[in-house]
Design a protein around this ligand. Sequence first.
Ligand code: PEP
Ligand code: MG
Length: 877
Amino acid sequence: MEKAVVWFSEGTKEQKALLGGKGANLAEMTNLGLPVPQGFIVPATICLTYLEEQVLPEAIIKQVKAAIEELAVRRNKTFGGLQSPLLVSVRSGAKFSMPGMMDTILNLGLNDETVQGLAQQTGDPVFAYDCYRRLIQMYGDVVKGVAKEHFEAYLTDYKKQQNYASDQMMTGNDWQMICRVFQSIYMEHTQEAFPQDPFQQLLAAITAVFRSWNNPRAKTYRSLHRIPDDLGTAVTIQEMVFGNSGINSGTGVAFTRNPATGEPGLFGEFLVCAQGEDVVAGIRTPQPIQALAQQHPMIYQELKQLAEGLEDHYQDMQDIEFTIDDGQLFVLQTRNGKRTAAAAAQIATDMVAEGRITIRQALDRITPEMIDQLLHPLFAPEALQQAKAFAQGLPASPGAASGHVYFTAEAAEKASRTGEKVLLLRQETSPEDIEGMVVSEAIITARGGMTSHAAVVARGLGVCCVVGCEALSVDVFLKQARCGELLIEEGDVLSVDGSTGKLYQGQLPMTSVQERVLLDQLLTWAQAQADLKVYANAETKNDIEAALAFGAAGIGLARTEHMFFGEARLWKMREVILAETKAERLAALAEIKAYQKADFKEMLQAAQGKKCTIRLLDPPLHEFLPHEHERLEMARRSQKSLAVIERRIDELQEVNPMMGHRGSRLGLSYPEIYEMQTAAICEAAVELRQQGVEVEAAILLPLISLPAELQVLKETLTQVIAQAEATLQQPLRIEIGMMIETPRACLIAGECAEDAAFFSFGTNDLTQMTFGFSRDDAGSFIQAYLQSGILQEDPYQHLDQAGVGTLMRQAIAGVRDRQPEHSIGVCGEVGSDPYSIAFLREIGIDYVSCSPYRIPAAWLAIAQSAPIIEEASVSTR
Ligand code: PEP
Ligand code: MG
């Protein structure tokens, strides 16, 4: 029989897939003897059964019934009885933490009778009826889809009428009345009465949690975080303890280190007389945890010790939910805390220094996205000095961003689709806002603390975020917000500093000050563990210098066409292309050669003796041709008639230029272009060598599909190189390599292995040609394919392993068969995609080459996918 109930005392922290992260950690803490309220877990396997069969099988229902009765007996309570009623929380918990995505119901077990029992038992009707109204509201929302705003709007109005400043002023009678009204709101929206049978409540709650696995926000979160859809969620059923049972009670969230900065020490917030949802939902702004040290020093000490013990046990920063019930501390959850990139880097490096974790474990705790965040630009300090902030909130997630402000997730999402940079400004966020949060450059909320929904989600997304900006009041209907005198309307441009919590009007200039010390430390570690090399796609001095600073092993791809786009050069290049005779072409090329040589010298010098792989001209010629309005000027410069210019342009028109006269085909039709480029490389190398500068140049031939293309070009270029070597009177050792960019090139790569000294996969073109999806036009239909599930991933972002990957395997096998030592790399975009790198290693790639700012994430991904080397400094704790 399928086991439908696992008691906390039966589980371990390793069982996350079955019990969910929450359940597994509750089990672990129970077994560690920590103060955890008792309970049991309905495992994720039951969720899958339910989602498949759409009903809970009888046998499962029986086990759950027996378990809840057993829990009541163990606790000397009754489930559904008047005497000491047992109340439970029902919470979702999947293998991977999905904050805010799934649903929670508290105080389950209350009904019109048991609420009286609770009031009598505690002598506190305020508390009892407050619990009951929360149950009606949460149950209505989670199980029946009655928006919680319906309940909240009523409560807010009621308090206003009574002139109550806060919930604390509500009496037992007030709450009792609210319970009645909430029941009628429930009835109005569901056409049925609020269920009075606690077991019926329990089953409905469990199945609602199961169904929430497939709600749109959970799906969005999973696809964003690459969490599989077929895991299901477990449900944790736990005896309630009450943070809302008076002023000696409270609830809060504590992190063992600061999740924004990584600074060691207890960090967090708590609310007096509140239930957990109040903290997370950001409805009330909580107090910092240090205030607990003054108000309840003993409990603070106990919490601090418990937190340190948990961090020691898990050897990672913990995010702990706790409740104080009438002076007694309980832990309701612990998990590895979400953190900003800066905090992740700080904590990982600190924990290595503290001897808790290995370097490899430290690297495994950094995601490629975090590396991107560490490289994020901030506002320029000079601009910040002059700018005056109009409001200040809590700095919930660092970074800086400017954009147009929107007051609903929907509006933000719509505007972002037009390419606008958007900011989401909300009173507070809730999980429904996820789609709008994902597309926003920054998130601002008027209410809520550092652990509010907005703060947690933003940190996870790496989106800059400011919360609890109390000076703001947002009016969603009027599409405006007020901050004192200032009126902010939809579409206005604001700048948000997530590191200081300050908001500015207009757009502030950015800089790219980086958390470089930590990043450099992580990069050094990653490079030491990496078994593949990372080169750079770069051709300017600045880019090459940035790439080397990130530890690039050299330049894997310098695209020479980028060098022709300067004003003077472009006109010369056009003369080359429009020339009618070889003599004319040579004359124009001679002038271009001077530019090229200077470029190559600068490049080779910047590369500091590291390998510099220069690709000869690749793009279709039409990319250089003069536009309509430039033709007269072209005629003047080339001393030809307009008619001649127009005729040449017509001759050069192509129907499908991407598959037309480009790449090595150009080099074969106009050998003088490639000869000029090669001569310029050689002369640059010779001159630098003569000045004592180390250089290592290599030439890459684009878009080869036939061994004969390679052979002919190689022969031509070898002669040019030989001439330069004769001048220098020593070998230049310039290797000639080949790009693999067409399916045919993959199939015949082996036949090229004798002529090409090395290979580099141009996966951009190879993906285009393998799918037959134009690089320039695929955006529209790939989006539709992704939405309808025809494609799981965009093959231009993540390597298509089944198709393109299979061709690559074949090419590598062909080359290795003849020349096992030849180096084979990838210089297309997916080469640096962290999610493709493990596959590239598996098929035998030696190096990847990518743009400078993608180098750090590539090193990290390589280190993370490398086989683990045992380290001597493993924790001894
Ligand atoms: C490629 O095709 O992958 C490549 C690197 O070349 P380009 O993007 O310049 O065509
Ligand atoms: Mg290409």
